[in-house]
Design a protein around this ligand. Structure first.
Ligand code: F6R
Length: 260
């Protein structure tokens, strides 16, 4: 696990964007794993800018989003489909038929989940997955106690997650109780993972993820077992890390051939 600490969210997001754009330029047919929420917004804004100003070409890419609420239509402004259209898909040239989000309106959720897994496999698996981090250590919507080997399935959101996400709804009661999420086993099969976490609110979870023991009670801790994860933090999210100075020393002394 590589841990990079930036002065602010902008620096970390620019770095994440450079990981994505390098991949897309080197491999125009790349399969991207995407996340929603506040955390990746600056990353997506930078990718949109690179598309508009530098010709970053999404036409060959395929994407799979981590999750979607159950029971929200695409046109509902709180749905993740709507969110992705606003922050990324409406501004780049990704082809509609290659954009995938779980179908939260399905009336056969197990079949939808199985189909999602099949589509990921048929695309050749995910090359690069971006993740945000829940305050409770969730990735995707794999809440504490999720199986560390889980596949795409329905999950019940915790009260904490519903409270965190209530800002996108009028009241907490409107926040759906269920979602479809890629499983932890699914996420772990991505060839490369970028985890972003910003702000003091995430500091405790960040410490558990980077320095704590692996446990299903903090699902993101399983990332310690992944061979290619970079954790991009702002200073506030890094405040509780015991080895903070060491991570900075590693970054400063990184050999040129390892830099992007
Ligand atoms: C969203 C997702 C979640 C969020 C997490 C952090 O697709 O998978 O795991 O990344 O809840 O949310 P924000 O970024 O809003 O703090």
């Amino acid at each position: 696990m590589e841990v990079l600490i930036f002065d602010n969210e902008t620096g970390a997001s620019q770095y994440a964007a450079s990981v994505f754009s390098k991949l897309i330029r080197e491999r125009p047919g790349a399969v991207l794993g995407l996340a929603t929420g506040s955390t990746p917004c600056l990353l997506y804004a930078e990718l949109c800018r690179q598309h508009a100003e530098e010709g970053l070409d999404f036409s060959g890419t395929t994407s799979f989003n981590l999750d979607e609420y159950v029971g929200l239509e695409d046109k509902n402004p709180a749905s993740y489909r709507y969110f992705m259209q606003q922050v990324l898909f409406d501004h780049v040239n990704a082809r509609a038929e290659r954009i995938h989000l779980p179908n939260g309106m399905s009336n056969d959720i197990p079949a939808t989940c199985e189909d999602y897994e099949k589509r990921i496999s048929a695309a050749g698996g995910i090359d690069l997955q971006v993740l945000g981090l829940g305050g409770d250590g969730h990735i995707g919507f794999n809440e504490p106690s999720s199986s560390l080997a889980s596949r795409t399935r329905i999950k019940t959101l915790t009260r904490e997650t519903r409270q965190d996400n209530a800002r996108f709804f009028n009241t907490i009661e409107e926040v759906p109780r269920h979602c479809i999420t890629m499983g932890i086993g699914t996420i772990m099969e991505a060839r490369q993972i970028v985890l972003l976490a910003f702000g003091e609110r995430k500091a405790k979870a960040v410490r558990q993820v980077v320095e704590g023991p692996i446990t299903a009670m903090v699902p993101a801790t399983i990332l310690q077992m992944h061979p290619s994860v970079v954790v991009l933090l702002d200073e506030a999210a890094a405040t509780s890390l015991d080895q903070r100075d060491y991570y900075k020393e590693v970054a400063v002394n990184k050999p040129d051939w390892q830099r992007i």
